[in-house]
Design a protein around this ligand. Sequence first.
Ligand code: GLV
Length: 326
Amino acid sequence: MKPKVLIARAVFPETIARLSLHFEVESNPDDTIWTKAQLIQKLQGKAGAFTTGSERIDAEVLAACPQLKIVANMAVGYNNFDVDAMTAAGVLGTNAPDVLTETTADFGFALLMATARRVTESEHYLRAGLWTKWSYDMFAGAEVHGRTLGILGMGRIGQGIARRGAHGFGMNVIYHNRSQLSPALEAACKARYVSKEELLGSADHLVLVVPYSAASHHTVGAAELARMKPTATLVNIARGGIVDDAALAVALRDKRIAAAGLDVFEGEPKVHPDLLTVPNVVLTPHIASATIPTRRAMANLAADNLIGFLTEGKALTPLNPQVLPG
Ligand code: GLV
């Protein structure tokens, strides 16, 4: 008998078809967001689950689903997993790194550009019929080329953004990270390691790419915003909760910083209501990796992990390899 697998969200039909060659698959064609109780109920008897960032896999879920062996996330971030609890339960977690790096870095740069150059704010003005004449300072934004690009979190995506800034836009790139990159990687990114304080105070454009954890909650709050230049822009493509959205809305309203571009939000898909009323923010609905080729590659990687693990005990991108057999 084929092992049973749950696909927790709507996904490419070919992903479902491919998994169905190996498993008895239950999918979610209506793309319902299940409650925890519904997720537990759906997971009964399943050996594997294909998840996205919206399904939380914690000790309660694991205890209620003793047949579960692997959960494969179609996302590079995995803050929806309690990895320690998964390890304790002997359940493998996998994520989907690498395949989205360049696409996500493209989007980070797009959001930076849109924010600095006030693309959506000016479009709203035009669509509202308010544009009656050209004027010399209309929607004047911030320079991007040649300015200082700060990156907080210099993993693969951070490095991709650094390369775009340094090589494409002649920017002076500085970064802060838990550990300093090797000299070779720093040279490839033309990036200089600085303290978090220097990063906050020196960046003209600051992009956040740190993974979310309890330790990184509100990495940028009122105190950090106060250290930034009043002309600076802030871009968050990391996770909601890295930025204190309420404090950011105040800083934007009071022009403590010039503008922000946000793809992720605390408590998304809800957005802090004050962010919806300030004009100097570009808001996008968590789409940094959203191109069809990249989303397909992410789905394929999650499927590869499920197939590899449940048929041969192997996984391409394990988060807790200690639970792998042997
Ligand atoms: C998207 O946010 C991801 O983690 O892949």
